[in-house]
Design a protein around this ligand. Structure first.
Ligand code: SF4
Length: 272
């Protein structure tokens, strides 16, 4: 962690500096409560300053969940070199897109070139196959539209541009949706060749959803999600958004409120 970062994540074993504003995060977990916090120093922050703390929080929740599953002898099928979920349309959230784009720009030539080649090939396929033409127009529910979009994307046979030699080339910088997906059914159920629905672990909160909600409240152009093959052109077109700043305290307060909203939504959905 860089101690100059305007927003910092702390788990229960770490202590924020005395001069920080501290925002507690409480996550319910099977009758327990996981306690974390974010600390901010009184300065301005960009959307991208929320990304690493959000990833750290997500990883801490996933790690706790894996520990609980292991105690119950429930195995997670996700492992290195299994890339079945990387053939679906995978979104990143706007701030994550900027961080991933910067990371790709910093890669050495040998690692960057395959990513850029894959990205270009994916964009060409997307441009050559119009989604509206593939799913012509009667009035459809959001669920049906998303299902059509997913089917259209799979028909293009696009694999995530960051998947190189069956491994994620940006593993430490992968987006929240990749971090939050844990499959407990056989890995074959994640394959796009099957109609089976994979059994996935329900986390007590979606940090991806909380980050989307936060961005949406802050700036109407920041709440979108960007499919991974489109990150590089999207970041080029939205460079100004990456420079925009807000008081760090405001960003964190809204993020923590959005985390609470996501927890409440999940609890309500479980009660139905
Ligand atoms: S970012 Fe990595 S884990 Fe996520 S879909 Fe792409 S290759 Fe797979």
């Amino acid at each position: 962690m860089n101690t100059d970062d305007p927003i910092q994540f702390f788990d229960s074993n770490q202590k924020p500096e005395d001069d920080m504003d501290v925002f507690d995060v409480k996550i319910p977990a099977n009758g327990d409560t996981l306690s974390f916090c974010f600390g901010t120093i009184g300065c301005q922050a960009t959307l991208t300053d929320m990304v690493v703390p959000a990833w750290q929080l997500c990883d801490a929740i996933v790690s706790d969940t894996l520990e609980r599953l292991s105690k119950k002898d429930i195995q997670v099928s996700c492992k290195a070199k299994c890339s079945k979920c990387c053939s679906y349309i995978v979104p990143s959230i706007a701030p994550e897109a900027f961080v991933i784009d910067n990371h790709v720009a910093s890669l050495v030539k040998d690692r960057k070139e395959p990513v850029l080649r894959n990205t270009l090939a994916a964009i060409e396929k997307i441009q050559a196959n119009n989604f509206a033409a593939a799913a012509p127009g009667e009035d459809k529910s959001l669920e049906n539209t998303l299902s059509d979009l997913s089917g259209w994307y799979q028909s293009l046979e696009i694999v995530c541009p960051f998947l190189i030699d069956q491994q994620c080339a940006i593993y430490d910088k992968r987006p929240l949706v990749c971090r939050e997906l844990l499959t407990i059914s056989d890995a074959s159920t994640c394959s796009k060749e099957t109609d089976e629905t994979p059994g996935s672990v329900k986390l007590p909160v979606s940090i991806a959803e909380a980050l989307i909600m936060t961005c949406d409240k802050l700036d109407e152009t920041a709440g979108g999600i960007i499919p991974l093959p489109l990150i590089i052109p999207w970041c080029q077109s939205n460079a100004q958004l990456a420079q925009k700043t807000w008081p760090a305290k405001k960003l964190v307060k809204m993020f923590v409120e959005s985390i609470d909203e996501s927890i409440t939504k999940i609890i309500k959905a479980e009660d139905i």
